[in-house]
Design a protein around this ligand. Structure first.
Ligand code: NOJ
Length: 767
């Protein structure tokens, strides 16, 4: 007779747990949840076989229609057998309460110990109802809104059986060619750290065992965003200073925010692939930062240690990864095939396995999976929460906050609400799929509100739509762009005809949602296809153009910046994209986004970022006859097209009265800074006040500017507010090349403003 294995666990673990707490001196027992869980985990590990423990370290992708017949033969049958035998700890990409219940049932009822699975999924910017892509959300600089967006995603995903997301991606990147910049928070470690913490808190909430929260996963540890030349899966070659001061801080912030898991990365650091990198995983993450959660590999990245030439075969790869601190194997299938023998041969100590398993089990206990493995599988809740109309309001709010106004000559925007002939042009204006981005596994295709639909809500204008040109013809989802036809100009003439008659032309141009994301690196970041030609052709007949950009990365739009009077950066804004764009175009929402990533003048300037070093030759030496020998290009200026932190509003803000409380500070003292900001325009608006510093002389050269604070404020027309910032040790110090955080006395410049390149400046000394 089959006894429900769940029962066995509860009985054995509880008896053992009581036995071990009995032995404790009363004073040493703390009855916090943490200790209770630790004791339960220890008790459970004691009754697990080595094979079962290794099973917990094994994650498989969803592999058959779990509500249908069981697989017969091949890889699917192997996975099914492994589930039954307790050799799988987690599955990814299984979704929906029915499917999750079905796989959970196999392990709970058929495996010896019935340890529930943790169910992972890429909930990147929403589950079914989609928020803007993460890079867009970062442009809001609105931490509360970003947290809320993650909460909505967690609510929908958890209602659909999922209890673990592979997000947030906290990789800093300075390279717009890299397709995955859309998934992160841009180029800055300070902003990136704040957003990392906000997202972790949004997904995990205050109580991980609540049914509407899920475990988060900060990825990809570490330095994946520095892929050489922006080419996907490429090597990374950065120095220690960049690793510690730029790449690692957002991960540290996620760990400090109690993130439960981290994912390692496809890249190498200093010649050692991240998946087998003991320095990163054990020395820094688990020892120095005291991270108590678990580390999952990226997809097949353990097996890829062989391809890298770092391990000689699968066995060697399993050894390297486990010793380095990769606790769970995503789809390499080699922990399950190799680790047992490695332990039996004494190559890996069982304590390494126990440590990994106890980390994994701890998260499962924290999620409440041992109390009820089906707690995320409530069909009534699924029906009520997934696609709940309230979530549409939340993602619309986030979408509006993510929009950045890049240019607005002669106040062409906002558009007048009546009596206007408006020509709307561009394939992306009529897109219901592209705004969903490339990470939208659970959501239905073509479910975004298009810009055309959004603008049609403003009924007192005469709106005419023409496509003009395709972004591409074919399927960009899994095909390279070079295989796709984008040369057709046959519909230009229709666009030109309507543009001629229009008071204002709104052109929605840019990248399709599938042109950025994983494995979508590009060497050319101009407007794809013939869209630039279309823009120029329309401009010839009507100069009153509002360019609405759709894109998952900074684009190079030099020509547009020179000629087009109004430019609105709208990224890929998710389910409510078109409504958000229309409300901003018509002034029902005053844009307040600021760029989280520098826009270059052309692709050759990349990597270009605001927090660069000064170099030994930063400026032209006017007194020197050899005028060319300074750090610059001879064909384009050094400045970017739009700097980090840049973004306009329908009003204007004036900064004055930048004051420090003193001019000389002891090294332990806080520096208090205040500045007055006035809304000098005619409408209310929001402004992101930004604080930067420069450490003028240090034992390791410091950037010319570093963001160290920001404040999002709202001001009525004519209103003035004083904003206060505090600089403390944490913000004034930096990491040396040994990864130690140090603070050095000396002179500091302080800059405050609404963009990184135009600020009020002052100065202080640290003694
Ligand atoms: C590979 C990606 O790099 C990672 O971010 C993602 O979470 C996994 N695939 C699972 O889909």
């Amino acid at each position: 007779m089959k006894i429900k294995s769940k029962l066995i666990i509860y009985i054995i673990v509880t008896i053992m747990f009581m036995a071990c707490t009995d032995n404790h001196n009363e004073n040493t027992i703390t009855h916090s949840n943490v200790n209770l869980i630790n004791e339960k985990v220890d008790s459970l590990i004691k009754i697990m076989t080595l094979k079962e423990k290794i099973g917990q370290m094994n994650q498989y992708n969803g592999f058959w229609d779990v509500t249908g017949p069981v697989p017969n033969g091949g890889d699917a049958q192997k996975k099914y057998e492994h589930l039954k035998n307790g050799l799988v700890g987690s599955m990814l990409t299984v979704r929906g309460t029915k499917a999750v219940r079905a796989v959970q049932k196999i392990v709970v009822e058929e495996s010896r110990l019935g340890i529930p699975l943790i169910i992972g999924f890429d909930v990147i910017h929403g589950y079914k109802t989609l928020s803007p892509i993460p890079l867009a959300e970062a442009a809001s600089w609105d931490l509360e809104a970003i947290k809320k967006s993650a909460q909505v995603a967690a609510a929908e995903a958890s209602a659909s059986g999922i209890n673990w997301t592979f997000a947030p991606m906290v990789d800093i990147s300075r390279d717009a060619r890299w397709g995955r910049v859309m998934e992160g928070s841009g180029e800055d470690p300070f902003l990136g750290s704040k957003i990392a913490a906000a997202r972790v808190k949004g997904f995990q909430g205050d109580d991980l065992s609540a049914v509407n929260t899920i475990a988060a996963c900060a990825k990809h540890f570490a330095a994946y965003g520095f892929s050489e030349a922006g080419k996907e899966y490429n090597t990374v070659d950065i120095g220690s200073s960049t690793l510690h001061n730029i790449a690692l801080p957002p991960f540290k912030a996620a760990v400090d925010a109690n993130v439960k898991t981290l994912m390692n990365a496809f890249n190498e650091y200093d010649g050692v692939p991240a998946t087998g990198n003991k320095y990163l995983l054990r020395d820094i993450l688990k020892d120095k930062w005291n991270f108590k959660g678990f580390v999952i590999s990226d997809w097949a990245s353990i097996k890829e240690l062989v391809v890298w030439g770092y391990a000689k075969d699968n066995k060697d790869a399993a050894k390297m990864a486990a010793l380095a601190g990769s606790d769970m194997d995503m789809e390499s299938h080699i922990y399950i095939s190799e680790l047992e023998q490695l332990v039996k041969d004494g190559v890996i100590s069982e304590t390494i396995i126990d440590d990994a398993v106890s980390r994994i089990l701890t998260v499962k206990f924290e999620l409440g999976l041992f109390d009820d493995p089906y707690r995320y599988c409530d069909e009534t809740r699924e029906k009520e929460i997934v696609n709940n109309p309230k979530h549409l309001d939340a993602v619309l709010d986030m979408a509006k906050k993510s929009i950045v106004l890049l240019k607005n000559e002669n106040q062409l925007l906002p558009l007048k609400k009546e009596g206007q002939n408006i020509a709307l042009i561009g394939a992306l204006a009529n897109e219901k799929n592209s705004p969903l981005g490339s990470w939208r596994i659970a959501s239905k295709d073509n479910t975004a509100v298009s810009v055309l639909e959004g603008m049609q809500n403003y009924k007192n204008n005469n709106l005419v739509y023409k496509k003009g040109a395709n972004v591409f013809i074919g399927d960009v989802q899994f095909v390279n762009e070079i295989e796709i036809n984008t040369t057709d100009k046959s519909e230009f003439k229709d666009a030109i005809t309507v543009a001629k008659k229009a008071d204002v032309v709104v052109m929605v141009l840019g990248e399709h949602g599938f042109q950025s994301g994983e494995a979508r690196s590009r060497t050319n970041i101009d407007l794809p296809g013939v869209q630039q030609e279309l823009l120029e052709a329309v401009y010839k007949v009507n100069k009153n153009i509002v360019l609405v950009l759709n894109n998952g990365r900074p684009l190079s739009i030099n020509w547009a910046d020179k000629h087009i009077p109004a430019i609105l950066e709208t990224w890929q804004l998710g389910t409510q994209a078109g409504n958000a764009v229309a409300q901003v175009l018509y002034g029902d929402y005053n844009p307040s986004g600021k760029l989280p990533m520098t826009f270059p003048r052309n692709v050759g300037q990349i990597p270009i970022y605001y927090n660069h070093k000064n170099t030994g030759r930063p400026v032209k030496d006017e007194g020197n006859p050899n005028l060319v020998f300074w750090s610059h290009y001879s064909d384009v200026e050094n400045t970017p097209l739009y700097p980090f932190g840049y973004g306009l509003s329908y009003t204007t803000f004036e900064y004055d009265n930048l004051i420090l409380n003193k001019k000389v500070f002891d090294i332990d003292e806080d520096v208090h800074i205040s500045v007055n900001i006035t809304n000098a325009g005619k409408v209310a608006g929001k402004e992101v006040a930004q604080l930067y510093i420069r450490d003028l002389v240090a034992s390791i050269t410091r950037p010319v500017k570093e963001l160290k604070g920001f404040e999002l404020i709202e001001l009525q027309a004519g209103e003035t507010k004083t904003v206060h910032f505090i600089l403390n040790k944490d913000r004034l110090g930096f990491y040396n090349n040994q990864g130690e955080f140090i603070i050095e006395p000396g002179d500091f410049d302080v800059f405050v403003g609404g963009r990184s390149d135009k600020t009020l400046n002052t100065h202080f000394e640290l003694k």
